[in-house]
Write a protein that binds this ligand. Structure first.
Ligand SMILES: NC(=O)c1ccc[n+]([C@@H]2O[C@H](COP(=O)([O-])OP(=O)(O)OC[C@H]3O[C@@H](n4cnc5c(N)ncnc54)[C@H](OP(=O)(O)O)[C@@H]3O)[C@@H](O)[C@H]2O)c1
Length: 396
């Protein structure tokens, strides 16, 4: 019996709201609030049960506080954009309500994300006796849980961790991003970074690549080394457990990279303002307005995603072990169930599960937590139950 306030009404929200509505045994009352009320109402109209909708500017803390006081949720699920994280955390602190999100804070004017801004809330959340669960999507999110699960069940020490995110789907568009184009392009055009023996090693954007053979008929795909936010918390938490190297890889098609290169070369991915016809515009935001809305890709996307962790280390019996745990998600099946493609599905389901574990007190505590701080077992069970089943392979 829990009340949930979901903020943001984009692609991820579409799935999270459907999944919370399906879990009516836990989420008895749902309020969906976002900047554009009509988007909340559109999602609400697809559901089999009534939910409340509201308009809120999540950058306006007093507006958020008023809504929270009025709805009285047990948990606030933030599936707006990373720019809103701190404002929503401030509102949760003021009202004493637990907080869950899927992406770490990013200042709007610098393409840079890290946990320091949200970790800085630790003492205030502790003092207030409430919990903030950071990064409850797939990556970050499930990938952190997979790593914690591997250590709990199969390894004595984890030495290397490779997180690999493959989208083998095809939407048939010349160029489109699978989630918010601004956030996606900022992430992809940033320098790559991986962690080895306690140090961060920087690489030029998308300059390190290799080919990996993916399971379930996906086959060989090129994967590119990138920095991804879960590396920050995982290296901090697992270095003391023997971790020596952690990397993150993602697939990109040659077509996607060709378009991105041209857009970058002509300055369309810049995030600093330029003057145009007497008005200031930010090229990347203008580009977002031109590109297909990720939500519109749902009915067009065919194929699968495969996201997982390859881990090497020492098993509990002292033998060397190589292990791969992953999920396969079908774009078409996701669309059939919740009218969204698999990228939003693989984020929205763990967002709902994280909120559920917090709302029901299965994951509890006071302070700011990353996913690997908690027992992975209940989360792993719920992944199987709510549509993201996982497979384990012992490669050695
Ligand atoms: N961990 C993971 O695996 C993972 C994967 C993918 C995405 N994500 C994260 O998930 C989040 C949602 O992504 P998405 O693809 O769903 O993005 P999206 O489709 O662009 O949706 C974002 C939503 O937030 C709303 N919003 C933006 N600013 C707001 C404000 N000031 N006040 C209230 N609402 C506001 C937008 O409102 P309008 O519709 O009015 O613009 C939109 O409805 C992002 O933080 C993204 O980084 C995480």
């Amino acid at each position: 019996m829990a009340r949930i306030l979901i903020i943001g009404a984009g692609g991820v929200s579409q799935v999270a709201v459907h999944k919370c509505a399906q879990a009516s045994d836990v989420f008895t009352d749902i309020c969906l609030a976002s900047r554009t009320l009509s988007k909340c109402d559109k999602i609400a109209a697809q559901l089999k049960r009534p939910i409340r909708t509201a308009k809120v500017d999540a950058d306006n803390v007093p507006q958020l506080v008023k809504l929270i006081k009025d709805f009285r949720p047990d948990v606030v699920l933030n599936v707006a954009l990373p720019y809103q994280d701190l404002h929503i955390m401030d509102a949760c602190l003021e009202t004493g309500v637990n907080y869950v999100d899927t992406a770490n804070y990013e200042p709007p004017d610098v393409a840079h994300f890290e946990y320091k801004w949200q970790w800085a809330y630790q003492e205030r959340f502790k003092k207030k006796g409430i919990l903030a669960l950071l990064g409850s999507g797939f990556d970050p999110g499930v990938t952190n849980v997979y790593t914690a699960w591997a250590l709990k069940k199969h390894f004595d020490t984890i030495e290397t961790l490779d997180i690999i995110d493959a989208n083998a789907g095809d939407h048939g568009q010349p160029f489109a991003t699978n989630f918010n184009p601004e956030i996606n392009i900022r992430e992809v055009t940033a320098k790559g970074r991986y962690w080895e023996k306690g140090k961060w090693i920087e690489t030029d954007p998308l300059s390190v690549k290799k080919t990996m053979d993916f399971p379930d008929g996906i086959g060989p795909k090129k994967i590119y080394l990138m920095f991804h936010e879960e590396l920050e918390s995982l290296t901090k938490n697992f270095a003391k457990k023997g971790l020596k190297r952690a990397r993150f890889w993602m697939t990109f098609s040659d077509n996607y990279l060709k378009h991105l290169e041209v857009l970058q070369n002509v300055g369309m991915t810049r995030i600093n303002p330029v003057k145009y016809n007497g008005q200031e515009i930010i090229p990347l935001q203008f580009l977002k307005a031109l590109l297909p809305d990720p939500a519109s890709l749902g009915p067009l996307t065919k194929g699968k995603t495969c996201i997982g962790c390859k881990i090497k280390g020492t098993a509990k019996d002292g033998r060397k072990r190589e292990y791969y745990v992953y999920n396969i998600c079908s774009h078409e099946e996701s669309y059939k169930e919740v009218q969204s493609q698999a990228i939003s599905y693989t984020t929205g389901v763990p967002a709902m599960i994280g909120a559920m574990l917090v709302a029901t007190g299965v994951w509890k505590g006071a302070g700011v937590f990353n996913m690997e701080d908690f027992d992975p077992e209940p989360f792993m069970k719920k992944l199987n139950k709510y549509g993201l089943p996982w497979t384990e392979v012992f490669l050695k």
